[in-house]
Write a protein that binds this ligand. Structure first.
Ligand code: FAD
Ligand code: AMP
Length: 479
């Protein structure tokens, strides 16, 4: 007879593998089902994030950034690095080694924590049963007191630009180019489009980004978004806003993209095209007919604030449910549901989930923009500080960008923090912790920051909320 488990998790991405490890740590007999196959046909853990998402993209972003630094910025520091060249194949091989080590590491963590790894495709056949079809096509049904679905997401495809081997690719394909295409088109100026566009721009491609919306990065405070757009333009990215892609043709191994903007119908020709128009939840085959788990109108599994589906013993987390499609959000939901299943009280603060765009400089934010607050009728006071006035930023040759704190005008409670600048992705943790603890801008202003650090810009921005920044002429504040 097949084993019985306290918990079976379907999917071993950052949502599923974290849920499984936490549950096992809390004493639950746990199994995790995964079907992702590597190039050798072996099951690997880690999901989108480790295999084709966060990790490989960051490996290429870091390497390509260092290349540009060596080529263009070292001379500013008094370092003569002539004949700097790039070996894209080696860069790709390094990225693949990192992916291999990390995905292999999850199998080790499963072993160390006593999680049973089940290779194959999982399907919820009842509130307490999961059918697993192994790689040879044999199906086994396992009993489980609880089930977590963490099936993740896949890239959205749009009819005007069907995937075409080697020419029109999604984000996964864009992580596999073996040389920089001369002319590269990117559809979508979202997080993934800007990151992948940056990688190839740095490695020598002429990059054109076509974005249907008029507003650049609408989820980011408009002052920070504007500055980011300017900085990326300065780096050579041609970002065309209000450009809706309507069709494409392949001619002589080139991609001709048709789009419309305020001037009318346009065309642009590329050697390769990356389609980065978002991701959709992946739920294909995960729920058997007759199990009453609902999907919403966009295909996400419908869950409550604690990730419960309509079936009390079945939870769903990560990219296949509502909320931002981020690895750390998936992991935190994994921890929350494991805690709940183990009988503990747990909840998540969805208002304090940070986001980072790993361009150079990085863009990072948490909470509301000044514009969000205004739209909600909340009166705000804000403080901003430019890295151009930071001693550490000057020493780092990284004076681009600014940090901005948005606080409630009446209570002084921090509502949001938005930053564009070197290491913004590290600095934003301060905003997240401040918001988790319900801090006021004054709390940050009264905190002692190490000098010289980039984070002092956050301190100064908090001081600037009351017009008290030290290293800047403050805007006059109404009192
Ligand atoms: P996934 O990681 O998609 O994992 C789901 C897993 O479930 C997969 O392994 C899949 O094979 C498995 N599965 C599905 N159905 C079944 C089944 N029936 N049986 C067995 N297994 C199944 N997020 C960040 O936070 N930071 C970043 O820097 C970042 N960069 C990104 C860059 C790129 C290019 C991309 C594409 C994404 C990036 N993301 C980033 C998003 C991040 O990868 C996702 O939010 C995250 O992976 C979601 O985790 P998940 O566990 O919900 O799903
Ligand atoms: P994200 O959801 O952050 O990954 O961003 C995807 C981006 O792609 C969004 O900003 C969309 O507006 C954009 N997008 C979607 N469809 C099209 C299209 N046909 N042409 C241009 N941009 C598009």
């Amino acid at each position: 007879m097949a084993d019985k488990f306290d918990l079976i998790v379907i999917g071993a991405g950052p949502g599923g593998y974290v849920a499984a490890i936490r549950a096992a740590q809390l004493g639950l007999k746990t199994a995790c089902v995964e079907k992702w196959l590597n190039k050798d046909g072996k099951v690997v853990h880690g999901g989108t994030c480790l295999n084709v998402g966060c990790i490989p993209s960051k490996a290429l972003l870091e390497a390509s950034h260092k290349y540009v630094e060596a080529k263009e910025d070292f001379s500013d520091l008094g370092i003569n690095a002539s004949d700097v060249s790039v070996d894209v194949k080696k860069m790709m091989a390094r990225k693949s080694t990192i992916v291999k080590n990390l995905t292999g590491g999850i199998a080790g963590l499963f072993k160390a924590n006593g999680v049973t790894a089940l290779d194959g495709t999982g399907k919820v056949v009842s509130g307490k049963q999961v059918e697993v079809t192994d790689l040879d096509g044999n199906a086994t049904t396992y009993d489980a007191d609880n089930i977590v679905i963490a099936a993740g997401s896949v890239p959205v495809e749009i009819p005007p630009t069907p995937m075409t081997e080697g020419l029109i690719v999604d984000s996964t394909g864009a992580l596999e180019f073996q040389e920089a295409p001369k002319r590269l088109g990117v559809i979508g100026a979202g997080v993934i489009g800007l990151e992948l566009g940056s990688v190839w721009n740095r490695l020598g491609s002429e990059v054109t980004v076509l974005e249907a919306m008029d507003d650049f990065l609408p989820m980011v405070d408009s002052a920070i978004a504007k500055e980011t757009q300017k900085l990326l333009k300065k780096q050579g990215m041609d970002i065309r806003m209000g450009a809706r892609v309507t069709g494409s043709d392949i001619k002589d191994n080139e991609v001709v993209v048709k789009y419309s903007d305020e001037k009318g119908d346009q065309e642009a020709t590329f050697d390769k095209l990356i389609v980065c128009v978002g991701r959709r939840p992946y739920t294909k085959g995960v729920i058997a007919d007759g199990v009453s788990i609902d999907l919403d109108e966009r295909g996400f599994i419908h869950v409550d604030d604690q990730c419960r589906t309509g079936v009390p013993t079945v939870y769903a987390i990560g990219d296949c449910v509502r909320g931002p499609m981020l690895a750390h959000k998936a992991s935190e939901e994994g921890i929350m549901v494991a805690d709940i299943i183990a009988g503990h009280k747990a909840q998540m603060n969805y208002d304090a989930i940070p986001s980072v765009i790993y361009t150079s400089p990085e863009v990072a934010w948490v909470g509301m923009t000044e514009q969000d607050a205004k739209a909600k009728g909340i009166k705000t006071k804000t403080g901003a500080f430019p890295f151009a006035a930071s001693g550490r930023a000057m020493a780092n040759n990284a004076t681009e960008g600014q940090a901005k704190v948005i606080a409630d005008a009446e209570t002084d409670r921090i509502l949001g923090m938005h930053i564009v600048g070197q290491h913004a992705g590290e600095m934003i943790a301060q905003g997240v912790i401040a918001m988790e603890f319900g801090s006021s801008a004054e709390d940050l202003a009264l905190t002692c920051y190490a000098h010289p650090t980039m984070s002092e810009a956050v301190h100064e921005a908090a001081l600037a909320v009351e017009g008290h920044a030290i290293h800047m002429a403050n805007r006059k504040k109404k009192r």
